[in-house]
Design a protein around this ligand. Structure first.
Ligand SMILES: Cc1ncc(COP(=O)(O)O)c(C=O)c1O
Length: 291
């Protein structure tokens, strides 16, 4: 049987899994999403992703009509139905169908889609050689506009613009600054730097998504005894860092060795980064909800 997609409570053949042209996610970016990884038959940090999805939905005041446990089992059921033991799971929700901004005119409940995908963001060798990154001119919006802690669909227009800036100059990623000029994160990843032996990442209040890979890496640092603090990170800090790397479900943990034409550290992945990559990979082999 071909691939199945969970669409509003039913597993549907992928070719027939269509949403309305009036879907608010399509019309206005009025929705939220999650990207989740499956490693060796285990769905990594599934509960954490579902909690973040529910928080995004609550902040947007979208009623999903499903409990945390129901969403978890819908995701696991979709992965199981597709024998999806390694890869990516995309969960997308929107407010529902209706032409016009006013949510009181919606003609349906929230749209909920779960699909299983194969994904490889960067070539394998880049995890050994590291990534070239630029700083985008596109900024992360302040929380008073659309809070970057919400993994909302609409927010990503900005990130796509920043990613296009990176593409235009052949860079692998773009860092995004907040309105104060401090580094918030990259277009689809959180940023870590190593400064004087201390691992540092910007707090989410600087405009960073509360990344699940970020949280895992912080746990790994604690486990292997690497000093860590959350603190404002400037471009000056990045240019002068001993090491830097990005974290995200899709990118996993990837070294950042050049930024805006400058080499970071020795221009190669540093020892702290390598230890954290190993610790992260170990966790992905032992943790997770069985498919
Ligand atoms: C803007 C942004 N920042 C950070 C991340 C990393 O978050 P996570 O590790 O939960 O995938 C993502 C990916 O979801 C993202 O889109």
């Amino acid at each position: 049987m071909g691939q199945l997609v969970y669409l509003n409570g039913r597993l549907t053949a992928r070719d027939e899994a269509n949403v309305s042209i009036y879907d608010h996610g399509f019309l206005y970016g009025d929705g939220a999403f999650e990207g989740i990884r499956v490693y060796g038959g285990n769905i990594f940090r599934l509960r954490e992703h579902v909690v973040r999805l529910l928080r995004s939905a609550r902040a947007l005041d979208i009623a999903l009509g499903l409990t945390e446990a129901e969403i978890i089992s819908a995701i696991a059921e979709t992965a199981r139905a597709n024998h999806h033991t390694t890869g990516y799971i995309r969960v997308t929700v929107s407010r529902g169908d209706g032409l016009g901004l006013d949510p009181s005119h919606l003609t349906s409940k929230a749209t909920i889609v779960i699909s299983t995908e194969q994904l490889s963001l960067y070539p394998k060798e880049m995890y050994e050689t590291g990534l070239t990154v630029i700083t985008a001119s596109t900024r992360v919006p302040p929380a008073c506009c659309i809070d970057p802690q919400i993994k909302s669909l609409g927010r990503y227009v900005n990130n796509i613009m920043a990613k296009m800036e990176a593409n235009r100059v052949g860079a692998g990623e773009a860092l995004m600054l907040n309105m104060e000029g401090n580094v918030a994160e990259a277009t689809g990843d959180n940023l870590f730097v190593v400064l004087g032996g201390v691992l540092v990442t910007p707090p989410t209040s600087q405009g960073a998504l509360p990344g699940i890979t970020r949280a895992t890496v912080i746990e790994c640092a604690e486990e292997i005894g690497i000093p860590f603090r959350e603190s404002t990170v400037t471009l000056y800090d990045c240019y002068n860092a001993d090491e830097a790397f990005l974290t995200g479900t899709a990118a996993e943990v990837i070294p950042m060795v050049r930024l805006d034409g400058r080499s970071i550290g020795g221009g190669a992945p540093g020892s702290t980064t390598v230890r954290l990559i190993e610790a992260f990979r170990r966790r992905t082999t032992v943790e997770g909800v069985r498919v």
